[in-house]
Design a protein around this ligand. Structure first.
Ligand code: DGT
Ligand code: CA
Ligand code: CA
Ligand code: ZN
Length: 572
């Protein structure tokens, strides 16, 4: 079993246990699932290496969960899970993905109305049967129908950060085949889009049959749509479609360019070829007599057309082609160029690892500093810290700093912005912390003006250094709250508040166009992982990708700087 399959079952168990009214167990399963999802090593490999003991080193995995993982690895199934499913036989995954439908509601809907699926739910809402339940009304039905619409729109796409490890694994296995000369993932994956519709592999090989045979027999394939000598299409067990194309070597650059897209980018590029009386296709660039000119590498294609090579993250036809013509492309922030991670949660609240464990892992990944930013008291369900606890934690951080070398831990907090824009921690305490991030975790439904003013008020607080996840969106979970983001970006610039690019795969908040706006007006940006366990720190990569898609350079991102320089860029 693959990591995503194991993680999925643990998530489902958490939901079932919550339905049953369990207090702490659901969080335990969820934490274990989150760790496993973030692992870059296969759980089955970990098990092979060190058995149950090794499994228990995964953050959040204790003996009971480790035993269950063992059963899944050895038998491909889990009895405990099968039993839970029998008791409440509903499509828990999709139902719980509908915003506003929690485990309690799922139970009520099943028991009172026999609702098992999203289709059942939609039908019941349309037939006005839900309003008859206690605690529900006409408005709940409207909300449910709206949430179902959002669900349907995002369904069928996959969050890049959660599927990329699997795709890279497949890429590596293809690369190891003796018959394969070159391999690349193209499409939206190469452009590092937030979500992808399907995965597109490109290969150069003299023995396409061998490559295709290998591809359709990979253990993650659940269905083969079609197998040919140049193109094969399959469905993977996680539901994602993947295709592989075998390309002649002399066309590889042109094919890579074509299948990387985006479609709009390609259309503009093709127009440029036509202006030169040439033809651009996935086979190469041809003159008006159909004679092949070039196409072996992507650089050849772009340069042959009179452009600088364009990084895939920019290929959305939003001005990159004009910029490449004038040699005015941004010098994008490099991957691996961050020196700090300034949003990290620990065991002190809803994180799974200790301060020390997070710091050690950050050091391993090459970071020079981190800030511990646990939640604060008004976010009660996370066990948010109050003033006293924050000061205690600051002492603990000082202690750990003395024990560790090669990494500096800053004290901080993720303070809650209250409904009126005030914070839930006093300024007296905040001024004693090294870094303060503020964020919205409640009252998502305020009017645009109220929401905007509330956030502006928080940004005007001289102790607030960073605005965390500025629009509150969660991919495939909820839309951003109504907020005048342009105004927020301007106020960030005016007040010197840094705007976060939250790297967590389902947040990626700010999004690309807003990053571009911030870069244009010179508002400061920061990329943070929002880690809740040590295996999530590498999610920073997706924040960097997001920054690149927003045309950001290293100078625009404050945590590309060394600690001293970084601290000087903060407000307080
Ligand atoms: P996705 O899969 O929805 O996340 O997005 P992409 O960009 O991976 O799109 P996909 O898989 O349909 O096709 C891969 C690339 O192939 C796409 O980015 C550009 C190119 N392509 C596909 N269809 C067309 C087309 O009709 N015209 C042009 N110019 N390019 C196309
Ligand atoms: Ca694709
Ligand atoms: Ca495709
Ligand atoms: Zn938060």
């Amino acid at each position: 079993m693959k990591n995503f399959e194991i993680a999925k079952i643990l998530y489902h168990i958490a939901l079932y246990l919550e339905i049953e009214g369990e207090q702490f167990k659901p969080r335990a399963y969820e934490k274990a699932a989150r760790s496993i999802e973030a692992l870059t090593e296969d759980v089955s490999e970990i098990y092979k290496r060190g058995g149950i003991r090794a499994l228990m080193e995964i953050p959040g995995v204790g003996e009971s969960i480790a035993t269950k993982i063992e059963e899944m690895i050895l038998t491909g199934k889990l009895k405990y899970y099968e039993q839970l499913k029998e008791k409440i036989p509903v499509d828990i995954e999709n139902l719980s993905a509908i915003e506003g439908i929690g485990p309690k509601t799922i139970k009520t809907l099943y028991q009172k109305l026999k609702i098992k699926t999203v289709e059942d739910l939609e039908k019941a809402a349309k037939e006005r049967r839900i309003r008859k339940l206690k605690g529900f009304g006409e408005k709940s039905e409207e909300d449910i129908l709206r949430a179902i619409e959002f669900f349907k729109r995002s369904k069928g796409r996959f969050i890049l950060g959660y599927v990329l490890p699997l795709l890279r694994d497949i890429e590596e296995r293809l690369r190891k085949l003796p018959e394969v000369k070159k391999v690349n993932i193209a499409g939206s994956t190469r452009r590092m889009k937030e979500t992808i519709g399907d995965a597109d592999f490109l290969v150069v090989s003299d023995k396409p049959e061998k490559v295709m045979d290998f591809f359709v027999h990979m253990p993650e394939v659940s269905h083969v749509y079609g197998k040919g000598s140049t193109k094969t299409m399959v469905k993977l067990k996680n539901g994602l479609d993947a295709d592989v194309r075998v390309i002649p070597e002399k066309s590889y650059g042109a094919a890579l360019q074509y299948f990387t897209g985006s479609k709009d980018h390609n259309i503009t590029l093709r127009r440029i070829a036509i202006e030169k009386s040439w033809k651009l296709s996935e086979y190469g660039v041809f003159d008006k007599n159909g004679k092949y000119l070039f196409g072996k590498t992507e650089e050849e294609v772009y340069e042959g057309l009179g452009l600088k090579w364009i990084p895939p993250e920019l290929r959305e036809n939003t001005g990159e082609i004009e910029a490449a013509m004038k040699n005015k492309l941004p010098k994008l922030i490099d991957y691996n160029s961050l020196k700090g991670d300034l949003q990290i949660q620990t065991k002190w609240t809803d994180g799974t690892n200790s301060i020390k464990e997070m710091a050690e892992e950050a050091k391993k990944l090459g970071l020079e500093y981190i800030a511990i930013t646990d939640h604060t008291k008004s976010l009660a369900f996370t066990g948010g810290l109050d003033e006293k606890k924050l000061l205690e934690q600051k002492k603990e951080i000082e202690k750990v700093n003395k024990e560790l070398e090669g990494i500096i831990i800053l004290s901080g907090a993720e303070v809650n912005i209250l409904k009126d824009g005030k914070l839930d921690i006093s300024d007296k305490i905040l001024s004693q912390l090294d870094v303060v991030g503020a964020s919205v975790h409640s009252h998502f439904n305020l009017s645009k003006t109220e929401q905007t003013n509330r956030i502006i008020k928080a940004m005007e607080n001289e102790n607030v250094d960073i605005l965390f996840h500025p629009t509150g969106r969660q991919l495939q979970v909820r839309e951003p709250y109504e907020v005048d983001i342009e105004k927020i970006i301007q106020v960030a610039k005016d007040t010197g508040t840094v705007l976060e690019i939250n790297a967590f795969p389902d947040r990626l908040d700010l999004k690309d166009e807003h990053i571009k706006k911030a870069v244009e007006i010179g508002a400061k940006l920061i990329i943070n992982s929002d880690s809740h366990n040590k295996h999530q720190i590498h999610y920073l990569e997706f924040g960097i990708a997001q920054a690149r898609r927003g045309w950001a350079e290293a100078k625009d991102i404050v945590n590309t700087r060394k600690l001293n320089e970084f601290l000087k860029m903060l407000k307080h």
